[in-house]
Ligand binder design. Structure first.
Ligand code: SF4
Length: 298
């Protein structure tokens, strides 16, 4: 599973997704044969390819560390990346990685068994960051922020140890939009989740190839694929109230005006800096009349 693929990225295929599932990665062997599922799979793959291509994520011969938590998003991401690679459309090597953070009741056996049975190259790492979080934070606090930071630091370390140039995360369209509105409403800034980001040390990239994938699609995909989901609330903590509020707001907008989430995620890639209020992005002070260059304000 670890060989480095060499075909040119997105080379001209008539339609590499046109064939039925008999040509898909073995992970899809038990997947439904329905037209509905095939459409869903193709839509997710298309969304993923668009992000990988548009943001220049894949460079042939590189090695990616694919973070897998046991949640629906990371299972889906791994399956879709493997399928792209299987079809010769992703010329990088993939290594799945689960960081067991020592949360109480974490079912340790599920991921290693599933990854091994699926023939997927992987590394399972145990690091008890849960104790650090509970030591540092008062009882009743929301753990997720510190827990995620500690997880990210460990995943960077593992990526270095494994010779990976990138850490791949399963954030999707809704994650990015929720972050955007949290920053807008509470942080006083316009910022979402970037599709590509260099870490502070400048040696590992963070990639989010599912940034255009819709969460409801990933939910259906996980159901159809029967992934053995591990819930993320085993530790007893909960996502922040702010993020939940943004999620509810976005779902309400989508219910009343279907299609708005897609419009919003596209809007994040269609920025008009001259119509915002940030002089760091647009030279308002340098605005001059085109004809004479004098008489500003006349
Ligand atoms: S729910 Fe628990 S395991 Fe998941 S990010 Fe929050 S603190 Fe970490």
């Amino acid at each position: 599973m670890n060989e480095i693929a060499t075909p040119a990225l997105f080379e001209a295929h008539a339609d590499p997704l046109a064939e039925d599932l008999s040509g898909a990665h073995p992970l899809f062997a038990m997947a439904p044969r329905s037209v509905e599922f095939n459409k869903l799979r193709k839509r997710l793959i298309r969304n993923m390819r668009e992000a990988i291509e548009k943001f220049g994520m894949a460079r042939p011969g590189e090695r990616w560390l694919v973070a897998i938590s046991g949640g629906k998003d990371s299972y889906g991401m791994l399956a879709l990346l493997l399928d792209l690679k299987w079809r010769g459309l992703l010329p990088v090597e993939l290594l799945a990685c689960n960081l067991d953070q020592g949360q109480p009741n974490f079912p340790k056996h599920i991921l290693p068994e599933w990854l091994t049975a699926s023939g997927i190259a992987h590394r399972i790492e145990y690091k008890d960051t849960y104790s650090i979080v509970t030591d540092k934070l008062p009882q009743g606090a929301t753990y997720c922020s510190l827990c995620s930071r500690l997880r990210r630091g460990n995943l960077y370390r593992i990526a270095r140890e494994e010779g990976c140039s990138a850490l791949v995360l399963g954030h999707h369209r809704e994650d990015s939009l929720e972050t955007f509105f949290m920053n807008l409403f509470h942080g006083g800034k316009l910022a979402a989740m970037p599709p590509r980001l260099m870490n502070d040390d400048g040696d590992i990239e963070v990639l989010r190839p599912m940034i255009y994938c819709a969460e409801p699609d990933l939910e259906k995909f996980a159901e159809h694929m029967q992934f053995p989901i591990i819930p993320c609330d085993l530790c007893g903590s909960q996502e922040g109230l702010e993020r939940n509020a943004m999620k509810a707001m976005l779902n309400d907008i989508e219910k009343r005006m279907p299609g708005r989430k897609d419009v919003m995620i596209r809007a994040l890639g269609n920025v008009n800096a001259s119509h915002l209020l940030d002089p760091r992005l647009f030279d308002f002070l340098g605005l001059q009349k085109a004809s004479t260059g004098t008489g500003a304000g006349a």
